[in-house]
Design a protein around this ligand. Structure first.
Ligand SMILES: Nc1nc2c(ncn2[C@@H]2O[C@H](COP(=O)(O)OP(=O)(O)OP(=O)(O)O)[C@@H](O)[C@H]2O)c(=O)[nH]1
Ligand SMILES: [Mg+2]
Length: 310
């Protein structure tokens, strides 16, 4: 629903879906476009698990971005739920931006093109305006390695515009933004101009803690982690926020890894999360974290629903 406020003639507002393979840099791009952190980023694939929104308000435009879980073809109940959430973003979008990892494309072109061709059909069928964000060009050497790949992409996505960018270094973003804006409908803003995300702080807190633990653990452990905020209390006198979080893991052995020797892994993750939250909220934060084993939760539909993943 557009907001009922006065705006200049010709104001545009709409929804932009950021889609792409795992680890392509979708969340990094979202944060770069919005100008602050609204989505968590790690070096591991399959970090994002839900549709995350970020809002960019400018003088004449408002862009509402959906960041989505990476598109891939691996099984499992949780993975299926993640894929569904990514493809859902397509139906509500005015423009679709397919984010691709050019460093991967340059080093393993055949594997890259196979992955990308699988995405072409549903994207072209959706009939939405499609832009290709060719990400991570900062680490492609030599630069002319990009040219043959760009030709193959232009063949695979007839009609799509190509934008070489570096989300990490915020390079090449203005032309990409202009490309998105071209396809937005004339509309008043959809959200108040000072709002950067639709996600509540509670969700942000759980995501930040998951990001720190995702980074600190290896192999299957990060994928068996989920964070639930059980309590959020704001002291009306002091303004201090007390948060109680539960980290769910799928096995007893994972619990030991997440806690770490003398509790060090968990303590460090909680401390980093607390500091980042205090910066975001401008308040004192007290954070208490528990780790619980929920056997095989990623295959448990009730648990997936409780965590907002089903
Ligand atoms: N060199 C370089 N690295 C980048 C760039 N953009 C993202 N990265 C890195 O790529 C990794 C994955 O970034 P994310 O933003 O989490 O990727 P994603 O597409 O959201 O991944 P999923 O949520 O797992 O699907 C991180 O280590 C980022 O720092 C870029 O432009 N250049
Ligand atoms: Mg992501």
């Amino acid at each position: 629903m557009p907001l009922d406020i006065e705006v200049p003639e010709g104001f545009r507002a709409g929804w932009v879906a950021l889609l792409g393979p795992p680890n392509a840099g979708k969340s990094t791009l979202l944060n770069a476009l919005v100008g602050q952190k609204v989505a968590i980023v790690t070096s591991k694939p399959q970090t994002t698990r839900t549709q995350v929104t970020g809002i960019l308000s400018r003088e004449m435009e408002q862009l509402v971005f959906f960041d989505t879980p990476g598109l891939h073809n691996r099984g499992g109940k949780m993975n299926r739920a993640l894929l569904q959430s990514a493809w859902q973003a397509l139906s509500g979008a005015d423009v679709v931006v397919l984010v691709l990892d050019m460093a991967f494309a340059a080093s393993r072109t055949a594997a890259f093109m196979d992955e990308v061709r699988d995405l072409a059909e549903p994207l072209l069928e959706s009939d939405r305006p499609l832009l290709l964000a060719l990400n991570k060009v900062d680490i492609v050497k030599p630069k002319d390695a990009l040219l043959p790949i760009m030709e193959e992409l232009a063949d695979a996505f007839p009609g799509a515009s190509l934008y070489p960018i570096s989300a990490l270094r915020t390079e090449g973003l203005p032309p990409l933004l202009d490309g998105m804006i071209e396809h937005l409908p004339e509309s008043p803003p959809l959200f108040p101009p000072d709002q950067v995300s639709t996600a509540p702080m509670r969700f942000m807190a759980s995501e930040l803690l998951r990001e720190k633990l995702f980074d600190a653990t290896r192999q299957e452990v990060p994928y068996s982690l989920a964070v639930d905020i059980e309590e959020w209390f704001e002291d009306p006198d002091t303004g201090r926020i007390s948060i109680s979080a539960v980290v769910y893991v799928a096995r007893q052995a994972h619990k030991r890894i997440v806690i770490g020797k003398d509790g060090r892994v968990l303590k460090e993750a909680a401390t980093k999360t607390r500091h980042e939250l205090m910066d975001m909220l401008g308040r004192k934060v007290h954070l208490e974290v528990w780790v619980k084993v929920k056997e095989n939760w990623p295959e448990n539909p009730a648990m997936l629903r409780q965590l907002g993943l089903g």
